[in-house]
Design a protein around this ligand. Structure first.
Ligand code: COA
Ligand code: MG
Length: 298
């Protein structure tokens, strides 16, 4: 599994924001052709995104992804045809109904990569997996086998609220997500882990509140998400920090792994007065693996 901590959305038709995004610490930009672009700016945005991709072929520090329009609109194919000459690192697919949509996109990419002389399969896919009502009932479709291009899935509560007929996605008293949205979050995480792709945390729309963002990142990380969507440049640094295991966490994980390795054949050990067994060893190994992946990024 590769890892991208911060995924910053940049409206595809804003010269200023594209330049700003490129100078930002985000591990990846998502050049948006969907909701951030008005219908009359679609052609302009496609041209700008294509030019931006071509002008920025070095992706070693920051990957460049593109969010296209949903496959059930007439915009999606022209979006893809316009941006593939710029060899985006990946495509973000919105309003997904099931894994079939992801496979359909993979087929389109086969054709377009061939047209562009790109290596077959290099373009990855991030599915925005919870934006339709049906999507909550089709998560098992990912387990039937899905294109290897799919490297991550994320969830969101904004479009889903509209799809479910909700007037709000948060409890007015506590500010926490209401049940249907937590269900979406949990299903997304489980599906990602079942097929070993990166579970990416949802956007925090209140972009001025970096304290709330950090708390949400830490909550995401504790539950198993890796990385998060951002909509404002100030959010990326917070996300990068929050998803990087701290030195203390790495040291503790190493201690747990060492204890088990020094006591082969033992299923349970005591560390710092706590009983640890196999699930804890796996968690410790996860922390070390994540830390190693992130180290490789820098
Ligand atoms: N990417 C790159 N640069 C961005 C940016 C983004 N997502 N959001 C803001 N900036 C830039 C602004 O242009 C401004 O640059 P400047 O100082 O050179 O003018 C600077 O960062 C500070 O922006 P700020 O004034 O704090 O915010 P804003 O009011 O200009 O913009 C939003 C607020 C929400 C409109 C903007 O953050 C945005 O467009 N976000 C992305 C929206 C999107 O793509 N949504 C679809 C996915 S849900
Ligand atoms: Mg949207």
């Amino acid at each position: 599994m590769s890892v991208i901590r911060s995924w910053l959305f940049v409206p595809g038709d804003s010269e200023r924001k594209l330049a700003k995004g490129r100078g930002n610490v985000a591990d990846a930009l998502i050049l948006d052709l969907e909701d951030a672009v008005s219908d009359d700016r679609q052609d302009v945005a496609r041209e700008m995104v294509r030019a931006f991709l071509k002008d920025n072929p070095d992706r070693s520090r920051q990957q460049l992804w593109v969010r296209i329009n949903p496959l059930d609109t007439e915009l999606s194919l022209p979006d893809l045809a316009a941006v593939m000459p710029g060899a985006p690192d990946g495509i973000v697919l919105p309003k997904v109904y099931s894994a079939d949509d992801v496979d359909t996109l993979a087929n389109y990419l086969d054709a377009l990569e061939t047209r562009e002389g790109l290596e077959l399969g290099v373009t990855k896919i991030l599915s925005v997996a919870t934006e339709t009502a049906a999507s909550l009932l089709t998560f098992d479709s990912y387990l039937d086998g899905v294109t290897e291009r799919l490297t991550g899935m994320t969830w969101g509560a904004e479009d889903l609220a509209a799809a479910l007929g909700a007037s709000d996605n948060r409890n007015f008293a506590t500010g926490d997500y209401e049940d249907p949205f937590l269900l979406a979050k949990s299903l997304c995480l489980a599906a990602c882990r079942a097929i070993e792709v990166q579970p990416v945390g949802a956007v925090v729309t209140d972009f001025r509140d970096l304290t709330a963002l950090e708390a949400d990142c830490l909550r995401d990380r504790r539950t198993g998400f890796v990385g998060k969507i951002a909509i404002h440049p100030d959010q990326a640094g917070v996300i990068n920090r929050a998803f990087t295991p701290t030195d203390d966490e790495v040291a503790y994980a190493q201690k747990v792994v060492d204890m088990f390795e020094q006591n082969p054949g033992m299923g349970t050990v005591g560390v710092d007065g706590k009983m640890l067994d196999m699930p804890h060893l796996k968690q410790a190994r996860n922390v070390l693996a994540l830390a190693a992946l992130i180290k490789a990024l820098d």
